[in-house]
Design a protein around this ligand. Structure first.
Ligand code: SAH
Length: 217
């Protein structure tokens, strides 16, 4: 197997080939060790451009998709960002390097805890992870400048659209859980919502309510 330096060069090459061209996004991804968010044998595959399994039957997204979503979100240094679906915490860690503050909501307690540990270990201190049903958003911190969903909804959740600031951007996969989904970018203008489609993706479904994993870890 190629050594880590070569693997990480190939990683950045894969991101660029997929259309991730934003310098700040590429730098944030280069600075975020994806292997730290994985367990067991998957650690070795961290720098391949593949989605990989994490606990609770969930997945860490494919790096090129993470890059394209982050790029579409147009995160600015002063932005307050909401992510729904913390999972491993990888996407949240990347957003943290681009934004002022990140709130990330996860419905599985054990995933949220593990993500918290990884993010702390990397010395990232502007991410708040909340265990909750993300479809409700985070009312106390609204409005948000940017909102990213990393689980697929059938439609953009109304509560989340309400918690987006006018002028804000939301990026989310939309579609049925077992079919191909579309990545959607939604811009909230004073005159309403502007939609654009960014391509086909495949994410785990957005599920309402807390997960029943209170006994895990
Ligand atoms: N962004 C993650 C990948 C997420 S996978 C990463 O970088 O690793 C999608 C995650 O969304 C899963 O962990 C799943 O448990 C979570 N999820 C699904 N529905 C949710 C909801 N209603 N509220 C909060 N999290 C949810």
């Amino acid at each position: 197997m190629a050594d880590l330096t070569v693997q990480r060069m190939q990683f950045v090459f894969a991101l660029r080939s997929a259309g991730v061209t934003d310098k700040a996004v590429l730098t944030a991804m280069e600075q975020t060790p994806r292997d730290a968010f994985l367990d067991g044998t998957f650690v070795e595959r961290a720098y391949e451009d593949l989605p990989l399994p994490i606990a609770c039957g969930q997945t860490i997204s494919q790096p090129s998709v993470v890059g394209l979503m982050t790029q579409a979100l147009e995160v600015t240094p002063r932005a307050k960002v909401l992510e729904i679906g913390t999972g491993s915490g990888y996407q949240a860690a990347i957003l943290a390097r681009l934004a002022r503050r990140v709130y990330s909501v996860e419905r599985h307690r054990s995933l949220a805890r593990r993500a918290r540990e990884t993010i702390d270990r990397l010395g990232i201190n502007n991410v708040t992870i909340l265990i909750d049903d993300g479809t409700r958003g985070v009312e106390l911190q609204a409005p948000f400048d940017r909102i990213l969903l990393t689980a697929a909804a059938e439609d953009p959740p109304v509560t989340l659209v309400d918690q987006l600031r006018v002028g804000g951007i939301m990026v989310l996969p939309v579609g049925q859980s077992d079919r191909i989904q579309q990545l959607i970018k939604l811009v909230k203008t004073p005159n309403g919502l502007e939609y654009s489609e960014l391509g086909d993706v495949r994410f785990v479904p957005l599920i309402e309510g807390l997960a029943e994993d209170m006994t895990e870890r």
